[in-house]
Design a protein around this ligand. Structure first.
Ligand code: HDD
Length: 748
C-alpha cells in the first residue's frame, strides 16, 4: 500500500490480528473490514458473549463472580455494530435524502449514537467528586485474630481490593493539589462479602453528628450566587461555619497543616475515623480504629508548589498514581488497628470513642499492624470503575460492625441513598466494579437497570416453592455469620427521645492544641501561613475576628502570628488552655523513608559529560527513582533521550534537580556561566531551592548552581565531580523528602 490511508489500514489490520489471533479473515483479504479497502462480506463467527452477558454462575443470582478480567469488559471483535449487535457499514455519515439533503428520521444508527452520547454523563458525587483509583490486593497477617474473626485478616489470605482516592470539595474536573481533605476509600472483595472502609487522610471529622453534614458541605462548596471559589476552603462561608461550629476546629487545623496538600496519594495516611466494633471467634468484642500507614511515609507539597501545580498539571496526583503503578513502583500501605476495651461507656482515657472529632494518640494506644495493601493495577476504564464504584459504610462483613457514633449512623443512610441519584436506581451493586466476589443470593428483585435474570418463583423467606431457599445462617456454629452475630445493645438515652449530645462532646479545643503542640516548628510555620492565607481571602471582618478567637483557644503564638498577618489584634483566650502531652506520631517530619518513584530532574546540554550522565541515570534507576532528562531541546542530548525540554519542564514535577549542564560559556564571559544560564534553568533551580528540594551540581553543574544564585553551603545543596558519589548523598536527602534546615523557622 502506498497511500496514507492504505498504510493506516494495514496497521489497523495488524493490530486486529494481535488482538484476535486466529481470526478466519486473513489481514488484507477481501472482507477483512479494513477501512477504505473492501466491503466486509466474509462470514464471521459470532462474538463470544461478554462476561456480563453470560449465564449466571450457579448459586449466584447476579452472576458474580462473573469476571475480574478487564479484557472481558474491553471492546471486542473487529466489526463495528449497533448496540443490538447489527453490523454497521458507515458511522461517519448520517442517512440523508441525497448528499446535500435533509437527514432521515429512519437513521436508527444516528439516533442511537446521539441518544447514548447525550446521556453519557451521570451526576457527579455530591462530595468527593474528583478522584483516582487503582486495583490491588490486601494480605492479612493473621495478627487480628484475637480481635476479629473476619476472614480478610487471616494469615496469608489475599483479598482483591479497589481503592479510590479523592478530594472533597471540588467538582469532577477540578485540580488535584488544592488544600483539602483527601478521601481514602477501600473496597475489599472478601470471600464473605464486600467490606468498604470509607476513610480520609485525616483521622478526625468536621462534625460530631451526621445531621450537620449538609451544612458543613454547603459552607465549603462554592458560594451559591457566583459559584466561586472552586475546590477551596479559602472563602467566607467555610470560615463562617468552622468559627461558629468550633467542633470543626480540629479537622480544620489538619487541613491547614501540610496534610491538606499531600505530595502524592501514595504518601498519605488513611483513617477509618470512626470507632468500629469487632468480634472474635469466641464472640468477644473490642472497639477498633483503623489506620493505613504508607510505606513511603507521609509527605506534602509546599503551598506555592500546590498552587503552581493546579495550573501546570491539575492532574498531578492522578498522573502520579497511574505512572507509579504502570512503572511497577506499586504503592503500599500497612493496615493497623488501635484496640480498646468494649466498655459500656465507650470511652478510653477520657476520650469519647464515639466522638469523631477526637483521635486517640498512638502513644496511648499503639497501632498494631494486621495486613498489607499493594496497589498493582490501574483501572481499565475510568467511568466503569472509578466513577461507578459505590462505597458504603454499611458494607461490613462478619467480625466487623459499626458503633453508635452519630456520624457513622447518618453515613449508613447517606451512602445508600446517594447512589439512587448518582447511579440511577437500586441495582448499583450489580455494576461490575461493585459486584461482590462472594456468591450473592438475595431476595432483591427488579428495579431500574436490573441485569440479573433471577430464576425461581419465591423470592421470600420462608417459602415452600423454591425448596425453601434461601435459608438463614443461624444454626451452623461454624458459620462466621452466626458467630459474629452480637446481641444489639439498645441504649435509650434517659428513657426519652432527645435531640442532644453528651457532655463529652463539648471539648472542642484540647485536641486541636494537642495537634499544634505535636508539630515541629517548620510544620507550625506552615500551619500559621495557611490560616493567614485562607482568612486573608475572606471579606467579612467579623469572620476573621471570630476565627482568631478560636485560634486564641488553640495557642497564643499561632493566634498572634495569624493576627499579625491579617493586621488585626490578637484576642486573649476565653478559657484556660489545655496542657496535653505532644503526640510525636502526629508530626510528619524527622525521619527517612524509601525513595521509590521519586522524580529526579537531570538537566543536560551538549557540553554535559555523557558518561557521568549515564552513571547518574543508572544509579537513579537502580534506586527505583525516575530520572527525567531535561535538555534545551528534544531528541538525544549528552547520550541520553530527552524526556523534558526547557519549554515543558517545571520544577513542581520534580523531587530533586541535578544540573550537569555547562551552558556553553559566552566567548566574552571568561569561562563564567554567570551571564549565560538559560533563564528557564535558573527558574527551575530557584523554585526547587525555594521549595526546600535537594538541588545538586554534577561537575561544572556546580558552577551553574552558583550562577543560579544557590548558596553552595545551604542545607540540601550538593556538588560533586563524580555521579556515584553525588547519587549516594542525594538519596539521603531524598529519603528525608525536603531539606527544611535550609530555612530556619521563625516560630518555635
Ligand atoms: Fe462521606 C463520599 C469519607 C462523613 C456522605 N465520603 C465519601 C467518600 C469518602 C468519604 C472517602 C468518597 C467515596 C468514593 O470514593 O466514592 N465521609 C467520609 C469520612 C467521613 C464522612 C471519612 C467521616 C468520618 N459522608 C460523611 C457524612 C455523610 C457523608 C457524615 C452524610 C451524612 N460521603 C457522603 C455521600 C458520598 C460521600 C454524600 C458522596 C458520594 C458517595 O457518598 O458515594 O453520601
Amino acid at each position: 500500500p502506498t497511500t496514507p490511508i492504505a498504510k493506516a489500514a494495514d496497521k489497523l489490520e495488524e493490530a486486529a490480528e494481535r488482538l484476535l489471533p486466529g481470526s478466519p479473515v486473513p489481514p488484507g483479504a477481501p472482507g477483512s473490514g479494513t477501512p477504505g479497502v473492501e466491503e466486509p462480506t466474509a462470514p464471521q463467527p459470532p462474538l463470544p458473549p461478554k462476561g456480563d452477558q453470560s449465564a449466571p454462575a450457579p448459586g449466584s443470582a447476579t452472576g458474580a463472580p462473573a469476571t475480574t478480567d478487564p479484557r472481558h469488559r474491553a471492546q471486542q471483535g473487529r466489526w463495528l455494530t449497533t448496540a443490538t449487535g447489527v453490523r454497521l457499514h458507515d458511522t461517519d455519515h448520517s442517512l440523508k435524502a441525497g448528499p446535500r439533503g435533509p437527514t432521515l428520521l429512519q437513521d436508527h444508527h444516528l439516533r442511537e449514537k446521539l441518544m447514548h452520547f447525550d446521556h453519557e454523563r451521570i451526576p457527579e458525587r455530591v462530595v468527593h467528586a474528583r478522584g483516582a483509583a487503582a486495583h490491588g490486593r490486601f494480605t492479612g497477617y493473621g495478627t487480628a485474630a484475637s480481635v476479629s474473626l473476619a476472614s480478610v485478616f487471616d494469615e496469608g489470605r489475599e483479598t482483591p481490593v479497589f481503592v479510590r482516592f479523592s478530594t472533597v470539595l471540588g467538582s469532577r474536573g477540578s485540580a488535584d493539589t488544592v488544600r483539602d481533605t483527601r478521601g481514602f476509600a477501600t473496597k475489599f472483595y472478601t470471600d464473605e462479602g464486600v467490606w468498604d472502609l470509607v476513610g480520609n487522610n485525616i483521622p478526625v471529622f468536621f462534625i460530631q453528628d451526621g445531621i450537620k453534614f449538609p451544612d458543613v458541605v454547603h459552607a465549603g462548596k462554592p458560594h451559591p450566587d457566583r459559584e466561586i471559589p472552586q475546590a477551596q476552603s479559602a472563602h467566607d462561608s467555610f470560615w463562617d461555619f468552622v468559627s461558629l461550629h468550633t467542633e470543626a476546629q480540629h479537622h480544620t487545623i489538619w487541613n491547614m497543616s501540610d496534610r491538606g496538600i499531600p505530595r502524592s496519594y501514595r504518601m498519605m495516611e488513611g483513617f477509618g475515623v470512626h470507632t468500629f466494633r469487632c468480634t472474635n471467634a469466641e464472640g468477644a468484642t473490642s472497639l477498633v480504629k483503623f489506620h493505613w500507614k504508607p510505606k513511603l511515609g507521609v509527605h506534602s507539597l509546599t503551598w506555592e508548589e500546590a498552587q503552581m501545580l493546579n495550573g501546570f498539571d491539575p492532574d498531578f496526583h492522578r498522573r502520579d498514581l497511574a505512572d507509579a503503578i504502570e512503572s511497577g513502583a506499586f504503592p503500599e500501605w500497612e493496615l493497623g488497628i488501635q484496640v480498646f476495651e468494649d466498655n459500656p461507656e465507650q470511652m478510653f482515657e477520657g476520650i469519647d470513642l464515639l466522638d469523631s472529632t477526637k483521635l486517640v494518640p498512638e502513644e496511648l494506644a499503639p497501632v498494631q499492624p494486621i495486613g498489607r495493601l499493594v496497589l498493582d493495577a490501574n483501572p481499565t476504564n475510568y467511568f466503569a470503575e472509578t466513577e461507578q464504584v459505590a462505597f458504603h459504610t454499611g458494607h461490613l462483613v462478619p467480625g466487623i460492625d459499626g458503633t453508635d457514633d452519630p456520624l457513622l449512623q447518618a453515613r449508613n443512610f447517606s451512602y445508600l441513598d446517594t447512589q439512587l441519584t448518582r447511579l440511577g436506581g437500586p441495582n448499583f451493586n450489580q455494576l461490575p466494579i461493585n459486584r461482590p466476589h462472594a456468591p450473592v443470593n438475595d431476595m432483591l428483585r427488579d428495579g431500574m437497570h436490573q441485569s440479573a435474570v433471577h430464576s425461581g418463583v419465591a423470592p421470600y423467606q420462608p417459602n415452600s416453592l423454591d425448596g425453601g431457599c434461601p435459608f438463614h445462617a443461624t444454626t451452623d456454629p461454624d458459620d462466621p455469620a452466626t458467630r459474629a452475630f452480637v446481641e444489639a445493645m439498645v441504649t435509650v438515652s434517659e428513657g426519652r427521645k432527645v435531640r442532644a449530645q453528651p457532655a463529652s462532646y463539648d471539648d472542642h479545643f484540647s485536641q486541636v492544641r494537642l495537634f499544634w503542640r505535636s508539630l515541629t516548628p517548620t510544620e507550625r510555620e506552615h500551619v500559621a501561613r495557611a490560616y493567614t492565607f485562607e482568612l486573608g481571602k475572606c471579606y467579612e471582618q467579623a469572620i476573621k475576628e471570630r476565627q482568631l478567637l478560636a485560634l486564641a483557644q488553640i495557642d497564643p503564638v499561632l493566634c498572634a502570628e495569624v493576627a499579625q498577618g491579617l493586621g488585626l489584634p490578637a484576642p486573649e483566650p476565653t478559657a484556660p488552655l489545655a496542657d496535653p502531652d505532644p503526640s510525636p506520631a502526629l508530626s510528619q517530619l524527622g525521619d527517612t523513608w524509601p525513595i521509590a518513584g521519586r522524580m529526579v530532574g537531570i538537566v543536560v546540554d551538549d557540553t554535559s559529560d555523557a558518561d557521568q550522565v549515564a552513571a547518574l541515570r543508572t544509579a537513579a534507576f537502580e534506586a527505583g527513582t525516575v530520572p527525567l532528562v531535561v535538555a534545551p531541546h528534544g531528541g538525544e542530548v549528552a547520550g541520553a533521550t530527552v524526556q523534558r525540554t526547557f519549554a515543558t519542564v517545571r520544577s513542581v514535577e520534580l523531587d530533586a534537580v541535578v544540573l550537569t549542564t555547562v551552558t556553553a560559556p559566552a566567548p566574552d564571559a571568561g569561562n563564567s556561566l554567570l551571564g549565560d544560564l538559560d533563564p528557564r534553568v535558573r527558574l527551575l533551580v530557584e523554585e526547587a531551592f525555594r521549595h526546600a528540594k535537594p538541588v545538586a551540581g554534577l561537575g561544572r553543574g556546580g558552577e551553574a548552581l552558583l550562577a543560579a544564585g544557590v548558596p553552595a553551603d545551604a542545607a540540601g545543596v550538593l556538588t560533586a565531580g563524580d555521579a556515584t558519589a553525588l547519587w549516594s548523598d542525594l538519596t539521603d536527602l531524598l529519603a528525608a523528602h525536603r531539606a527544611w534546615d535550609r530555612f530556619p523557622p521563625s516560630l518555635t
